[in-house]
Structures are given as structure tokens and as C-alpha cells.
Design a protein around this ligand. Structure first.
Ligand code: ADP
Length: 262
């Protein structure tokens, strides 16, 4: 759990890194744009000392290219390698890590339904998503509280899909993460998944946690929804599609997990 805790800190600092890279990139682009505009103005007047503006622009463009290459390398590391997964077993093995991340003042409770359907997901991405959600819950409960992780089989019907256009009707495994924290107002809920949106102080939040979670859920053909009440707490509902072993190309040799439900 110690190395995994370091992993959480790494994910948090990677978020800060992404913010830092964007900031650096913006500085370099400012030099490029400024240099070129000075060049154009003086070129028309026949200025002879123009070469240094082009040199500065070239150097900044080179630096910017290095930064974007690093960003690309970082995002490639995050490609999905989905596998047949038992969510209950997964939550069980992750709860120790989550308990560590929560600290002493927050109680962690898991409520795992029997006969849960298997899903097809990338386990390190799912772990990262649960950690991000748990860390947000922790931040919303500075005075302590309770974090509940609940799993169940869920059916999203056509009526739900109509009122929630980002979802598709079907069978899902639901992972509900509930905290007893500060809650969110409607404006925060509306923007919570936006990259770089944060209500936490400078140097506290990066605004990248929920956008990462959202990206993972969408890539997994799932659905995520926020239920929150100011002063009461928040429930994040993550729906991952039910997986049938026969659905997956190249998944021969995978032992299907027994399920109690049809
Ligand atoms: P960050 O945690 O860096 O602020 P996130 O994308 O993870 O970035 O979250 C965006 C915002 O959504 C947070 O700043 C906070 O206002 C709100 N939020 C997310 N989860 C919760 C929660 N469990 N309780 C209250 N507010 C939350």
C-alpha cells in the first residue's frame, strides 16, 4: 500500500505537471507571437537588427515542440488495456489503498451486491478513477465523515436514456461512491467534468481529476452522473457496461465469471 500511496501522490502531481506544461507552453507561444509581430513591423521600416527576433521565435518554437512531445508521450501512457473484470473483487483489493488515502478521520464502508455482472475495463484506469473520486470525497470532508462504495447490477431504461442524453439504455454494473461532505451547487455540478475546473485554492486543485474519470468512463462506453446536496454530501454514480465473455474479440481463453443473475 505504501508504493500505491506514492502512486496517488504521483497522479496528483501529474495533474499539476499538466497545468505547468500548459503554462510553459503559453509563455513560449507569447515569445513566438511577440517576436514575429516585432519582426513584421520593423521589416517594413527596413530595420537591419531583425535576425534576433527570428532567432528568439525559433528557439521558443523548438521549446514548445519539446513540451508538446512530452505531453503526447504522457497521454500515450494512458491508453486503455481493458480486461474481463470482477468489480467486487477489484473494490475489495483497492479498499486498503483507499483507506490509506482517506486518512484517519474518514470511515470507509463497502457494500458489495452478490451476483455482480463482469465488466470489461482497464484495471489501472479504474483504480485511478476510484482514487480520484475518493480524494475529492476526502477534500469535501475536512472534518471527517463517511465514504461508502456500493456496487450493484443496474438497468438503465429508455426513459432514463431520454432524460440523460449522454447515456445509453442497457445493462450496467453500478459503482456508487457517496460522501457525507460539503456537496456541490448546481453551477459546480454543471462544470465539474471540465478540464481545469476547480473550486479548490491555487496550488490545491488542478481541475483534472474528474475530467480524467469522465474520459475513462466514456472510453469504456459507460456513464457517470453526479447527485449532490449542499451540506449533505455527494454520490458519484459510475455505470460500466455489463460484459459477456463472448463480446470481446481476442478474449479466448478467458474464464467467464459465474453470475447468479440471468
Ligand atoms: P480538483 O479536485 O483538482 O478540484 P476535479 O476535476 O477532481 O478537480 O473536481 C472539480 C471540482 O468538483 C472540485 O474543485 C470540487 O468543487 C467539485 N467536486 C468534485 N468532487 C466533489 C465532492 N465529492 N464533493 C464536493 N465537491 C466536489
Amino acid at each position: 500500500a505504501e508504493t500505491q500511496l506514492r502512486q496517488i501522490q504521483k497522479m496528483e502531481s501529474l495533474g499539476q505537471l499538466a497545468g505547468g506544461l500548459a503554462h510553459d507552453l503559453n509563455n513560449m507561444l507569447t515569445v513566438i507571437i511577440g517576436g514575429l509581430s516585432v519582426f513584421k513591423r520593423r521589416y517594413e521600416r527596413g530595420d537591419t537588427g531583425l535576425l534576433r527576433y527570428i532567432d528568439a521565435a525559433e528557439e521558443a518554437a523548438g521549446n514548445a515542440a519539446t513540451v508538446t512531445q512530452r505531453m503526447l508521450a504522457f497521454s500515450r501512457q494512458q491508453s486503455l488495456a481493458p480486461r474481463h473484470l470482477d468489480v467486487n473483487r477489484f473494490v475489495g483489493s483497492t479498499s486498503e489503498l483507499l483507506r490509506h488515502a482517506m486518512g484517519g478521520a474518514i470511515q470507509l464502508e463497502t457494500v458489495l451486491a452478490g451476483g455482480i455482472w463482469p465488466v470489461f475495463a482497464d484495471s489501472s484506469q479504474l483504480e485511478n478513477a476510484l482514487l480520484n473520486l475518493a480524494i475529492n470525497a476526502r477534500d469535501a470532508m475536512p472534518g471527517g465523515g463517511r465514504l461508502t462504495i456500493e456496487t450493484s447490477n443496474a438497468h438503465l431504461d429508455e426513459a432514463y436514456a431520454t432524460t440523460n442524453p449522454e447515456s445509453r439504455a442497457g445493462q450496467y454494473v453500478l459503482i456508487a461512491i457517496t460522501d457525507t461532505g460539503s456537496g456541490m451547487n448546481a453551477a459546480t455540478i454543471a462544470r465539474a467534468f471540465d478540464p481545469f475546473f476547480t473550486t479548490k485554492g491555487v496550488g490545491q486543485g488542478t481541475g483534472l481529476g474528474l475530467s480524467q474519470v469522465y474520459g475513462f468512463v466514456k472510453q469504456s462506453d459507460g456513464h457517470i452522473k453526479i447527485y449532490s446536496e449542499i451540506g449533505e454530501g455527494t454520490t458519484m454514480k459510475v455505470y460500466l457496461p455489463r460484459h459477456r465473455a463472448a463480446d470481446a474479440p481476442g478474449q479466448t481463453g478467458v474464464t467467464p465469471i459465474e453470475t447468479a443473475m440471468p
